[in-house]
Design a binder for this molecule. Structure first.
Ligand SMILES: Nc1ncnc2c1ncn2[C@@H]1O[C@H](COP(=O)(O)OP(=O)(O)OP(=O)(O)O)[C@@H](O)[C@H]1O
Length: 316
């Protein structure tokens, strides 16, 4: 659990983070969004004390971050940034081993951890471990950056636009990998992003910042259906809201008894992908099946359109 308690950062007379309080439950992902200069990075960096707060407190699992020296604190907290920040003159394996080495892990344990992480990120340890960062693609470098941040098994991972430079296909893959890893290790993650799509896809909670202030901190569904201010609403992009709402639901949630013609859709697919498939193939309904191919029923266009509607809004 990360507890940010009335934290403020001032540079001379300018307050860049003002009185922000929020709690991130252990094992969940909080995503910070907001316009450029709204204080997102400053807020994130106050957690690992790369920036010292002017006032307020931050506790991790009840422990005040100021009760530890900054370098000890930073070894306990993973940190991944856009552009990965890898050391160019160290191999991929040496990069990932950085913090475990500082912590004095046994060489055999470090070797195993490096191999496990590379495998997890679908990079063959024998092929990629000995390479230098310059011999990797941008997407591979980014994955190594996240692997390095996770190397010492931190309970907390801070990420600043970690996937900002990736193309949409690699980005979606990196997001799914991160979710899988987060579930497996129970890591608590705070991530800064410009991308509302990414925030809704990954966040258990979303913090919206503007001018150093926290405007709203809530679940993606609540942010979408009950934005606290006009600014939050404008960040969501009014035209995209129904589709973003659908992206939070799977076909398993909206399947109904019955049959339909044509190619079946997977129950794991999002309602957004389901509606897209129905529109594209001009169907009113499609069969839904489980991951192992068992028929579960059908999904109708009418049901999906109802799921895209603002809750409480009666159909006309
Ligand atoms: N060391 C510093 N001295 C003075 N002002 C600073 C310093 N660091 C950041 N700021 C200012 O604080 C404000 C918030 O910066 P911050 O990097 O936290 O914003 P951000 O929301 O992460 O922006 P972006 O999305 O563009 O990265 C900006 O106006 C920035 O110019």
């Amino acid at each position: 659990m990360i507890d940010i308690d009335t934290i403020t950062k001032r540079y001379d007379d300018t307050e860049v983070v003002s009185d922000v309080s929020l709690s991130v439950p252990a094992g969940s992902i909080a995503v910070i969004v907001g316009t450029s200069g709204s204080g997102k990075t400053t807020l994130l960096r106050m957690i690992n004390r790369l920036v010292e707060p002017t006032s307020g407190r931050i506790r991790i699992d009840g422990q005040d971050t100021h009760s530890l020296s900054p370098h000890v604190l930073r070894r306990k907290i993973g940190y991944a940034i856009q552009g990965h920040g890898l050391f160019p003159h160290r191999t991929v394996a040496q990069n990932i081993a950085t913090v475990p080495k500082l912590l004095g892990w046994e060489p055999a344990r470090i070797k195993q951890r490096v191999a496990d992480l590379l495998t997890l990120f679908q990079l063959d340890p024998a092929a990629y471990g000995p390479r230098y960062p310059s011999a990797l693609s941008g997407g591979q470098q980014q994955r190594v950056g996240v692997a390095r941040a996770l190397a010492a098994e931190p309970a907390v991972l801070l990420m600043d636009e970690p996937f900002g430079a990736l193309d949409p296909v690699i980005r979606a893959k990196a997001q799914d990998d991160l979710r899988a890893i987060q579930r497996r290790f129970g890591t608590t993650i705070i991530m800064v992003t410009h991308d509302m799509e990414e925030a809704i896809h990954l966040g258990d909670r979303i913090a919206v910042m503007d001018g150093g202030r926290l405007l709203q901190y809530a679940s993606p569904t609540e942010i979408l259906t009950a934005p606290a201010t006009g600014f939050v609403e404008s960040l969501l992009g009014a035209a995209d809201r129904p589709f973003r709402l659908l992206s939070l639901t799977t076909l398993a949630d909206v399947v109904e008894p019955g049959t339909a013609d044509g190619a079946p859709l997977s129950a794991d697919a999002t309602a957004r992908d389901g509606l897209s498939a129905l529109l594209w193939t001009g169907r009113d309904a499609a069969p839904v099946q489980s991951a192992d191919g068992a028929p579960l029923g059908r999904v109708t266009r009418a049901r999906l359109m109802a799921a895209a509607r603002l809750p409480g809004q009666a159909p006309v």
